[in-house]
Design a protein around this ligand. Structure first.
Ligand SMILES: *Cc1c(COP(=O)(O)O)cnc(C)c1O
Length: 357
């Protein structure tokens, strides 16, 4: 295969060895002479995959037995609904911090279930910063945060001390840095950005939080049903979960969150240093709130767009076109993207400046 520098925003780059191993598992899983796609999810071979993946998540999060880890279907978008459905009682109010497109979608779903108090928002400046110093009313049923704003390129570099149970959508920065996961009572993440293949959604939830809404829940949308079923109430997304397991093992083997944080910081520093240095580019976000995962930037001379696009495409760079809501460019630098790829992009930016500035 031709070498491509894959900056895709999601589904996103996976470690090459994970791609290889998952492909091998499709052809012959565990030397069974069967594909992982054609064995029962109740077979010992698959139960082992599920249990190891759940245990690894717990280990990486530093969680004990008061938390339960699930791999569900439906994407992070289903969690936008499941969170209020399971945690927000009739007449209760949930707090949301609105930092972008995903938070806005989560708020929309919660409003169908109960009352929502948007305790802080950065919508006034096109979501280009992370709100700070906001009050969190003690009467809220929970507080919902989005740790990384995938589309606008901002990230929470610290989390508020919440007087109420805290929930976090970590879809686009999960396991990208050392994190005090214990600040949260529920964490969820679609797998396709940092931990695996589209189709699986990770949920870690403090069990004592559940069963308190007084609402009768549909089984498939009830965390307690999935916990009781050990994340196999129904047929789980077996192959995406296998890819998650392989990616989590890759992360652990190489040194875990401290290791990946160092690499992610080096990549983001390289990227933002060039955006700030280069006269032909400008960042779109408040510097202190910039995301280590998604760097958004614009051309200072938009008339050069075609010429820049030609240059990076020729350098084997893929996936840096900005989200349609923001325009410009977005370099997504998830865990599996090597520093070498960021350097390839910043080299193109330097070349481009020499030619046009
Ligand atoms: C990508 C993304 C989502 C949407 O995930 P789906 O799995 O497609 O539903 C939600 N939240 C954040 C922060 C994301 O980056």
């Amino acid at each position: 295969m031709k070498k491509v520098h894959n900056f895709s925003a999601g589904p996103a780059i996976l470690p090459a060895e994970v791609i290889k191993e998952s492909a091998a598992g499709i052809l012959d899983f565990n030397n069974l002479s069967l594909s992982i796609l054609e064995i029962s999810h109740r077979s010992k071979d698959f139960i082992d995959v599920m249990e190891e993946a759940r245990a690894l998540v717990k280990e990486l999060m530093g969680f004990g037995n008061d938390y339960q880890v699930l791999f569900l279907g439906g994407g992070a978008s289903t969690q936008f609904a499941m969170v209020p459905y399971n945690l927000l009682p009739q007449g209760g109010t949930a707090g949301y911090v609105n930092t972008g497109v995903w938070a806005t979608k989560a708020i929309k779903e919660a409003k169908l279930i109960g009352n929502v108090n948007v305790v802080a928002s950065s919508e006034d400046k096109k979501f280009s910063y992370i709100p700070s110093n906001y009050a969190i009313p003690a009467g809220l049923s929970y507080l919902h945060l989005t740790s990384n704003n995938t589309i606008y390129g901002t990230q929470m570099h610290s989390f508020p001390n919440s007087p109420v149970p805290a929930v976090c959508d970590m879809s686009s920065d999960i396991f990208s840095r050392r994190t005090d996961f214990s600040k949260f009572d529920l964490i969820y993440a679609g797998a396709q950005k940092n931990i695996g293949a589209a189709g699986a959604t990770l949920v870690a939830v403090k069990e004592s939080l559940l069963g308190k809404t007084g609402r009768k829940l549909l089984s498939m949308l009830d965390y307690q049903v999935h916990i009781k079923g050990e994340s196999m109430f129904n047929t789980p997304p077996v192959f995406p979960i296998y890819v998650c397991l392989l990616t989590l093992k890759w992360l652990k083997k190489n040194g875990g969150l401290a290791w990946i944080e160092k690499i992610n910081k080096a990549k983001a520093d390289t990227m933002y240093d060039e955006i700030d240095r280069n006269s032909l580019f400008t960042g779109t976000c408040e510097k202190k709130d910039r995301s280590l995962m998604n760097a958004c930037f614009l051309l200072t001379k938009p008339e050069l767009e075609e010429s820049f696009n030609k240059m990076w495409k020729e350098a084997g760079i893929s996936g840096i076109k900005g989200h349609r809501d923001v325009g410009g460019y977005r370099a997504s630098m998830y865990n599996a993207l090597p520093l070498e790829s960021v350097k390839a992009l910043t080299d193109v930016m330097k070349e481009f400046e020499k030619k046009h500035a």
